[in-house]
Write a protein that binds this ligand. Sequence first.
Ligand code: TXA
Ligand code: MG
Length: 324
Amino acid sequence: MKTEKLIDVDAVARAAKIIKSGELVAVPTETVYGLAADANNPDAVAKIFAAKGRPADHPLIVHIASAEHLTNWAEHIPDSAFQLAAAFWPGPLTFILPKKNCVNNVVTGGHKSVGVRCPAHPLMRELLLELNTGLAAPSANPYKKISPTTAEQVLFGLEGKIAAVLDGGPCEVGLESTILDLTVETPRILRAGPISKAQIEQVLGVEVLLPKKHNIAVSGNVKAHYQPNKPLYAFSTEELKAKLLQPRNDIAVLYYTATLVSHIEQARLPSLKLGEDKPSYAKGLYYGLFTLDKADIREIWLELPPQNELWVDVHDRLSRAVSN
Ligand code: TXA
Ligand code: MG
């Protein structure tokens, strides 16, 4: 199949038409690109699993236009969901809620719960309003690979396997949404993300759980995930400085501290510098890995960010992406 790149003024209308016809369109969100199908069309949703090579029991997030649509997909919705939606939607926060009977098992991978989120990207919002349904969408990457944050990156992984990509430019956030399980007594974060534990607690006025490991069989909980093709090794700033004193010529470096610039220039290595604050580091991370992965090198060396609460989502993704 030829994958259309939709970028003109009528791109959203064309994307809506393709989705209505039961085909897949990769769509921009503020976090990462998603691979979307009409959540009410099980045959279309099944194509998502085929295109990604994703196991059928890994549930998908349903994307909706506003909190008013929550009741179309979930039941027994606690007040906390509406409070959090008022504070953070549209935005990078996904709720796990008891699913409504009518929600197809293909979407939820056979689970009794459903993931729901209202994304913030203007083109995605326009598309959701035009379609007036939910869009089932995982990240638009082949299974276990890095989530795409540009249309180019989507095409690199899925060209020929999907009908179209709606080009909305580079994603603002660059890291997948926070996933919050609201089916349990005390809300718990299943995937750390851009909306932090502290932000959620501030709205709810109660403590929420952030288990280090949980045993729920979902794709983001697989150890080897978010991986570039080349081996990725992570080092502290000091370790990296020391290693760069005896550089090899077959590596590329993804780093963020300004003090490393001269070391890297001297070593004459392909490299990319990420932003020094958490939002800019996160925004550039996947694109940086994707870009260096394509260079003529054997390994990527990455400078680890600080080990503190603020960076917990970045460390979560890195721990699954690195080879060491
Ligand atoms: O930012 C994001 O969340 C992006 C954009 C496209 O919205 N989506 C995304 O989807 O990262 P995906 O499928 O790559 O990761 C979603 C995670 C998976 O680990 C999935 O298994 C989990 O959410 N998930 C979805 N529904 C669930 C459910 N009912 N119970 C537990 N986990 C669920
Ligand atoms: Mg994913």
